[in-house]
Write a protein that binds this ligand. Structure first.
Ligand code: IPD
Length: 269
């Protein structure tokens, strides 16, 4: 078994176990633990507990590898290891949906080689599990992307009515006006637009051909690590583009080949 295949199987298993914990905690009621970058940017007790479960499991099964998690940041899983593998984890992507009871949230687990900087890493394996729907999206480098046992392929060309697109908005209110202007430009090629509220699911849906394209400024590495691999393994294209405003984090664009260049040029204008 290749290293990527081993990492894939573990990513899938962890995403399922962690997702089950998140789902169970949701039925017991959600407690907001803190706000982060902005009042709208929340972390629940469940985010922390789920991330801890994932860390504990990796500490047992993959000691010596790196860890980059939304709630605990970057650090080795245990000290003294020299592995090139880093686990990039969003314990609950779509935390606001989770808090409001909207069944669009996911555990995102990726294993990458080359360190914790997305500009330099190579994703080897990824899993995105939505415990509310039971859907498990997973991919292995050079082996394809899958929803359960079904192989995923992005849309080649949008339908004549235009592309079905999705986007998202960061938590920083000062970027909303420019984000909305970007949506306005993208609408010129769209039949309609979705705001699903979990970047990992947006990317999984591009991979599955449920969306023709997705763009969002300001994603964090754990939001897209697994989803980007799903898109590229499903035959799609994924890019992160630095924005002229130095304070703004890069723009992420993912789409099938038929719409990618047009979406990129409209959203980076
Ligand atoms: C957020 C979701 C959301 C996106 C935000 C992300 P979180 O992740 O993916 O869709 O618009 O930019 O931060 O905070 O729920 O893990």
């Amino acid at each position: 078994m290749t290293l990527a295949a081993q990492l894939h199987d573990l990513a899938v298993d962890i995403a399922r176990e962690a997702g089950e914990l998140a789902r169970r905690r949701r039925t017991e009621g959600v407690a907001i633990a803190a706000t982060k970058s902005a009042l709208a940017d929340i972390v629940t007790e469940a985010d922390r507990e789920v991330e801890q479960l994932i860390r504990d499991r990796l500490r047992r099964e993959r000691p010596g590898e790196g860890f980059l998690g939304e709630e605990s940041g970057a650090e080795p899983i245990s000290h003294g290891g020299d592995s090139d593998v880093t686990w990039v984890i969003d314990p609950i992507d779509g935390t606001v949906n989770y808090a409001y009871g909207i069944p669009s949230y996911a555990v995102s687990v990726a294993a990458v080689a080359g360190g914790s900087d997305p500009e330099h890493w190579d994703a080897l394996a990824g899993a995105v599990f939505n415990p509310a729907s039971g859907e498990l999206f997973h991919a292995t480098r050079d082996e394809g992307a899958w929803l359960h046992d079904d192989r995923l392929t992005v849309t080649a060309e949008p339908a004549a009515a235009g592309a079905l697109l999705a986007t998202g908005f960061g938590y920083d209110p000062s970027t909303h006006a420019s984000d909305l202007a970007r949506v306005g430009r993208a609408m010129t090629i769209a039949r309609d637009i979705r705001r699903i509220g979990a970047a990992s699911l947006d990317l999984a849906f591009v991979a599955a051909g449920r969306l023709d394209g997705y763009f969002e400024r300001g994603l964090q590495p754990w939001d897209f690590a697994a989803g980007a691999l799903l898109v590229t393994e499903a035959g799609g294209r994924f890019a992160r583009v630095e924005m002229p405003d130095a304070a703004a984090r890069p723009l992420t664009v993912a789409a099938g080949p038929g719409v990618f260049e047009r979406l990129l040029s409209l959203t980076t204008d």
